[in-house]
Ligand binder design. Structure first.
Ligand code: ZN
Length: 197
């Protein structure tokens, strides 16, 4: 986009947004299609500027404002969230979580599926950060500790603040998180490629 963040701040976003039938994607039928790109909250107000064909997303939870056009987006208020720090301070430990996806071990080796099973209720003692998986839950099972990606652990109490915070994180991670591991691999790959040339 050509505008500066000062110009974007002054712009009006009060136009009605209408999509033609062919522009309606499946995402529009999904309640979770629109959420804050900083904190994952669904609590956002969306404005539209027809002349520039731009959207403005204002988040009531973290206070961020993001403006988006066809190809780019700019955060004009708020900063990227430090998720490991935020969640360690915000989540209340311990809590009971449910495993929402099978591990590779359980899937490929059902006779010896390991300690973490799909749909198990587990004791979440803390969280940590993994280079490969992002935030991981530290699970305590039979007096031993295990790590499991937080994107596959849902707090069982869906009335708790933990539930909202974890769901916000999962939503954000699904669309915006780039694994350091994947980033390192693709960087190495493109470096190799340019060395060959
Ligand atoms: Zn937010």
């Amino acid at each position: 986009m050509d505008q500066s963040s000062e110009e974007l701040e002054k712009m009006e976003f009060n136009d009605k947004f209408e999509k033609t039938y062919s522009e309606i994607s499946n995402e529009d039928y999904d309640d979770e299609g629109n959420f804050c790109s900083i904190c994952g909250s669904l609590d956002i107000k969306i404005g539209y500027n027809k002349k520039e064909d731009m959207f403005k997303y204002e988040c009531s939870k973290c206070g961020s404002i993001v403006v988006e056009d066809e190809g780019s987006s700019m955060c004009i208020k708020g900063d990227e969230r430090d998720w490991p720090e935020y969640l360690s301070e915000t989540l209340k430990f311990p809590f009971i979580g449910e495993i929402t996806e099978m591990t590779d071990r359980e899937f490929f080796n059902p006779d010896d599926p390991g300690p973490i099973l799909f749909m198990d209720e587990v004791h979440v003692a803390a969280i940590d950060y993994s280079f490969k998986y992002g935030i991981v839950a530290i699970l305590k099972i039979n007096r031993r500790y295990y790590e499991h990606p937080l994107c596959f652990v849902d707090p069982v109490d869906d009335e708790s603040s933990n539930y909202d915070e974890v769901k916000d994180y999962q939503r954000w991670r699904e669309r915006h998180w780039l694994s350091d591991y994947i980033a390192a691999i693709s960087e190495a790959f493109s470096k190799n490629k340019s060395d060959d040339e």
